[in-house]
Design a protein around this ligand. Structure first.
Ligand code: NAD
Length: 437
């Protein structure tokens, strides 16, 4: 990544394309609609609330991030979506039961105007859903072309200047990277041959990259996290990022675990379980789809705790993650963690975390931030993997040969330093010796 010579201004409209118009997408769109009418606050969004320190502490310069880097404003956003059900954003939001009538009624007509385009869908990747609003092209290469045509039509009809896409579709069954994912040539051959290792979400990712639409992946599917997609992203000078929004339990894990490690406290076990009853929970009730989520959720502790470097503290730690589909809770997920710690001389201690969270309320601001930062990345001429956006993901996409950075505070520092660097400010090391010279 080169320091940008020039960053284009975010003039005109920014179209945000959402494959998957379910709980997260509708909560996000509704939140933006409410915020621009001054009816609610976009809490949880770094691009709306965050500040960034510049220069030395004594300079007292700490503007809001959005006053420092050129980002699109909420008023400039237009929304488009695909889904495999015909419900418009209002009907889908009612079905998701995240927001109540007090929030949905004032924006009903704006939400009703967002009607999904037909989805590209082969049911074997999400067996719990029986899509009825789907494209009829049978060949995967043709489906990519149909999605590209949707993008061009949306851009023309809505008069948008730039586009970004954030995958908010269902979690797909676990797919390992294989030969077809190796490079652009093998992938394009696979598309024409309907290769089963090419899932629905990969069709969207491929179509977006071909149209130079920056693409962020909010689910744990491979989607855009394979060598061919990264090669195409570089060829098309388009940024990509993923995967799996870091929201409830994993967010807590990546806040707590760096603290234990910082104090050299040991861990004997970490048991995490969840109950949730939304459509995401229903999809994850299928073992092959849960496997994709499990891999994404399990990775974080190993990388943060480095058991190979600290065998005494973490080598034998038992880590278990469960997700249980429990319809009465809907989107109001409950995540329990039992943490078995050990301290001085090995004496055991316990911490219990009971996070009564709301899945889509936590995810919506991430969609906004990712859309705005991915658009910024495109205007700054960044392409390929945007590791500086790891802050938002459970399994951050990273260059081959590197390990991903999971510690939330290192991720935030990396994000802010990238913005400082891109804008020609000094990066901040927190050394601070100059105050004492
Ligand atoms: N806190 C969170 O909510 C959170 C955190 C991390 C990841 N995620 C992931 O974000 C995604 C969205 O979550 P959600 O709660 O909105 O789920 P949801 O089930 O409410 O919405 C997903 C939508 O995607 C649609 N869909 C499925 N396959 C499609 C396809 N091929 N093309 C177009 N649409 C398709 C479904 O019909 C559904 O409407 C899921 O993959 C979930 O695992 C959510």
């Amino acid at each position: 990544m080169k320091r940008p010579q020039k960053i284009e201004e975010p003039t005109g409209k920014l179209g945000i394309l959402l494959p998957g118009l379910g709980a997260v997408s509708t909560t996000f769109v509704a939140g933006v609609e409410l915020a621009r009418r001054g009816l609610a606050d976009p809490i949880g969004s770094l691009t709306e609330f965050g500040t960034i320190r510049l220069g030395k502490r004594s300079e007292k310069r700490a503007p809001k991030i959005r006053d420092f880097v050129p980002l699109a404003t909420l008023d400039q956003l237009e929304f488009g979506a695909w889904d495999i059900f015909e419900d418009d954003a209002y009907a889908s939001a009612k079905h998701a039961k995240v927001l109540n009538a007090e929030h949905l009624d004032p924006i009903k007509s704006s939400l009703e105007a967002i009607r999904p385009m037909k989805g590209a869908f082969f049911p074997e990747y999400v067996t719990r859903l029986n899509g009825t609003w789907v494209k009829t092209e049978k060949n995967k290469a043709e489906l990519v072309e149909a999605l590209r045509e949707d993008v061009r039509t949306f851009k023309r009809d809505r008069g948008v200047d730039r586009l970004v896409a954030v995958w908010c579709g269902s979690t797909e069954k676990y797919v390992e990277p294989s030969d077809v994912h190796k490079n652009v040539k093998s992938f394009e051959k696979g598309l024409a041959a309907n290769d089963p290792a090419i899932s629905n979400s990969m069709l969207y990712a491929w179509a977006m990259l071909k149209e130079r639409v920056p693409f962020a992946n909010g689910a744990p599917n491979l989607c855009v996290d394979f060598p061919a997609a990264v090669e195409l992203a570089r060829e098309m000078h388009t940024p990509v990022s993923g995967k799996d929004f870091k929201t409830g339990q994993t967010l807590m894990k990546t806040i707590l675990a760096p603290g234990f490690k910082a104090r050299s406290l040991g861990l004997a076990g970490w048991f995490s379980t969840n109950i949730l009853g939304n459509r995401d929970g229903e999809v994850l009730d299928a073992p092959e789809n849960f496997k994709t989520k499990e891999v994404s959720k399990l990775g974080v502790l190993d990388y943060i705790l480095q058991p190979d470097v600290y065998p005494k503290l973490y080598k034998d730690m038992y880590h278990k993650v469960r997700i249980n589909y429990y319809p009465p809770r809907g989107d109001a997920k409950e995540g329990w963690d039992n943490i078995d710690l050990c301290g001085w001389l090995g004496y055991p201690m316990q911490i219990k975390v009971d996070f009564l969270c709301r899945d889509s309320i936590l995810a919506a601001p991430l969609v906004l931030d990712l859309a705005l930062f991915m658009d910024f990345a495109q205007r700054a001429n960044f392409s390929g993997i945007q590791e500086w956006l790891s802050f938002y993901f459970k399994s951050p996409q990273h260059a081959p040969g590197l390990y991903p950075e999971h510690d939330l505070f290192i991720q935030l520092m990396k994000l802010k330093n990238t913005l400082r660097w891109a804008m020609g400010e000094d990066v901040i090391s927190h050394l601070g010796h100059e105050y004492y010279d």
